[in-house]
Design a protein around this ligand. Structure first.
Ligand code: GRF
Length: 203
């Protein structure tokens, strides 16, 4: 399956995906909204097209997403991964890739959504946190959960220490989920009640 990876920053999760490439996982393109993102260098070093789509050049989120969709389609992408992509996506992207937009978040959702999840976890004083891979819906970090891994919060942890421990787990779980999706292992079932959460299966 050809994945398109959207990034904004360092791209360590992108590196994990690039390292996991095999007959199931192909990375067709990496798109960054930030021209200086280190993730772009990682893509180029791996021989993967790296494209900058600067959100500041667009009038709104929808127009930006439309430009991103165009790039993804041009590279024959069928599943989109948000790997440290710091923009909210709109129905323009979601409807172009129904049930095929995946995000990774550094907390056990629904706890600590949004930015600075590690800081939120430390401030709350939880003893266990973790990471979540989920399908993206129109909300912020609200979509159906595909996989979660736990990570202990240790006495004396600061944000950097907790972030590093989380990233180690993220780098393992994200390629695992992508490989399952690429193998046809994802099913999404919607109940008649539009308010009910979709049920997902991943094997
Ligand atoms: C990760 O913690 C991920 O969970 C979050 O943003 C961070 C991206 O890190 N969405 P990196 O760019 O993959 O190193």
């Amino acid at each position: 399956m050809i994945f398109g990876v959207l990034v904004s920053g360092s791209g360590t999760n992108l590196k994990a995906i690039l390292d996991a490439r095999d007959e199931r996982i192909e990375v067709g393109v990496v798109v960054s909204n930030v021209a200086t993102a280190k993730a772009l260098d990682r893509a180029r070093s791996a021989g993967v097209p790296a494209v900058v789509v600067d959100h500041k050049a667009f009038a709104g989120r929808e127009a930006f997403d439309a430009a991103v969709v165009e790039v993804l389609r041009a590279h024959r992408v069928s599943c989109v991964v948000l790997a440290g992509f710091m923009r909210l996506v709109t129905p323009v992207l979601l409807s172009a890739f129904p049930d095929r937009v995946v995000n990774i978040h550094p907390a056990l959702l629904p706890a600590f959504p949004g930015v600075h999840a590690q800081r939120q976890a430390l401030a709350y004083g939880v003893k266990v946190t973790g990471c979540t891979v989920h399908l993206v819906d129109a909300g912020m970090d609200t979509g159906p959960i595909l996989a979660q891994e736990t990570v202990p919060v240790l006495d004396g942890d600061d944000e950097a220490a907790l972030t590093a421990r989380l990233l180690e787990k993220e780098h393992a779980v994200l390629p695992r989920v992508l490989r399952a999706i690429a193998g046809g292992g994802l099913t999404v079932t919607r109940a008649a009640d539009p308010g009910a959460r979709p049920r997902v299966g991943l094997r």
